[in-house]
Write a protein that binds this ligand. Structure first.
Ligand code: SF4
Ligand code: SF4
Ligand SMILES: [Zn+2]
Length: 154
């Protein structure tokens, strides 16, 4: 598995997804380059045609994050946020708010700490509950400050 020492700022997608934690990016075989890199045959179709990435605001303002949009947070973004909060213990909206507050560089540095395996320090994928490097189970409450209580209330 790819085990980056740091998460690069370009891994933060316009919707707030941290592609650096995606199993599609971390896998060894046919890794996805991430939302912000040019589409290639390894990027899944649903990410190529994603209606958030291809929405009017992003077409008009290259590299803009959803948090700068006048419709933020739109229904599409809230739906993605619900899915990630309930299935993957991450909130893309909380990610965006944090990027807005502290900047993308500060955010990726915090993310590297938050998603570090407590056993070996490797990066944990948001899509897995065990470390890709050492195989140990990881705390399923890690992520953007989500607690068991807040997840239970979803
Ligand atoms: S599969 Fe989608 S979410 Fe995952 S790294 Fe690629 S573009 Fe990002
Ligand atoms: S919040 Fe704005 S930029 Fe983001 S997907 Fe919705 S309409 Fe597009
Ligand atoms: Zn580990």
């Amino acid at each position: 598995m790819k085990m980056p020492a740091a998460i690069e700022p370009r891994m933060i997608a316009p919707c707030g997804m941290n592609c650096g934690l995606c199993i599609g990016y971390l896998r060894d075989r046919r890794p996805c380059p991430g939302c912000n890199d040019p589409d290639d045959s390894f990027k899944p179709k649903h990410c190529v045609v994603c209606t958030l990435k291809t929405c009017e605001h992003h077409s008009a303002h290259a590299e803009a994050l959803c948090v700068t949009c006048t419709s933020y947070p739109c229904a599409r973004l809230r739906q993605l946020d619900r899915r990630y909060r309930s299935k993957y213990r991450m909130s893309v909206i909380e990610n965006l708010e944090e990027v807005h507050r502290i900047g993308v560089q500060g955010f990726v540095e915090l993310e590297r700490e938050r998603w570090a395996c407590p056993h070996c320090g490797a990066l944990v994928s948001v899509h897995r509950t065990a470390c890709l490097s050492c195989g140990e189970s990881v705390d399923d409450t890690r992520g953007t400050g989500l607690t068991r209580a807040s997840l239970a209330s979803l």
